[in-house]
Design a protein around this ligand. Sequence first.
Ligand code: KG4
Ligand code: ZN
Length: 380
Amino acid sequence: MPILGIESSCDETAAAVVRGGRDILSSVVASQDDVHRKYGGVVPELASREHLRRIVPVVREALERAGMDFAGIAAIGVTRGPGLIGSLLVGYTYGHTLASALGKPLVPVNHLEGHVHAVFLEAQQPNGAARKALPELPAVCLIVSGGHTVLYDVQPEEGNVSAPPEYPAYRCRYGRIGATRDDAAGEAYDKVAKLLALGYPGGPVIDQLARHGNAGAVAFTSPRTRGNPFDFSFSGIKTAVLRHVRSNPAFEPEIAARSEALRAGVRKAVDLLPLCSRATLDLVASFQRAVVEDLVARTLGAAEERAARCALVSGGVAANSELRATFEQEAAARSLPVFFPSRPLSTDNAAMIAAAAYPLLLAGRTARNGEDAQANLPLA
Ligand code: KG4
Ligand code: ZN
């Protein structure tokens, strides 16, 4: 049962063909990083224009790589929200029109549920990086990206077993445990990178540069979130980085030098490294340590409180090497299994949307009349 997945919630135009919620026949992602780079963040108007330009060729390429044509597709799974409304509308309208023209079912998918399913999908790959046992439910899931930082309780739907023997059993219901009150963690990475002239997106570069710094050099206080201990807050750390940089004029010349290098087309961490002082490397290492420790502590705290059988971690920031290593280490100390998608499935992609659509299709949850894309579509 091959499902064509379409994703366009933010700045990646993506299409994929996934069979049975498990076999990835193709996964195509057209990134818009080059378009948004000079602004240091996603510009919504430019994003929807780019989606319009790319959606048709991206879908065609996904079918070609899967060795298929439209006739071979059983259904279309498309991201309905949450995300940027102009971006969502391009993919949703296209998917909707395609489904009507072909007479195939349309399955609207919540982007966040897609990120959860990226973990299930990865765990079912025969040689997947995360191949251990299959994740058992109930679980807690941290979704951490440029647009979201949120913790969910993932329960099997009634009648579903807790140790699913195969994919269709991953039909879940979700409870929101906590979320960021200000910036998403990936947004904090991107803003710190912009401030220090390290390029865009900031996460991957800071990930690599942080390895060369002393994470204990700059002390950041752990953000306190009154009321709900499982809420997050990253704007304080970001502001502390800004204050640290402003209070030390020695940062100025190297920031100017890196800005120049970025303008000349330098992108890679290895090329930026020689342009970074020890103070900058220590600062990014300390920033990353503070963010990672906070994400890990709250997620594992929630897992313990909810008596979860495992922790799932997904979204662009889940690609971070220190986050992965710290999760592995801390979870092992508590004998709690932790599951990540592979890196290509961590960041936005359409394979996770096609995978999430599969159990929904089996349950008959196809699009209702008049249902449209929704920027703030809740998962729970
Ligand atoms: O999931 P994603 O592709 O798109 C959103 O839904 O936001 O995530 C993109 C975010 C960006 O903020 C980027 O800086 C961050 O994920 N990111 C990382 C890493 N790779 C991507 N953050 C930290 N470490 C990484 N290795
Ligand atoms: Zn996402």
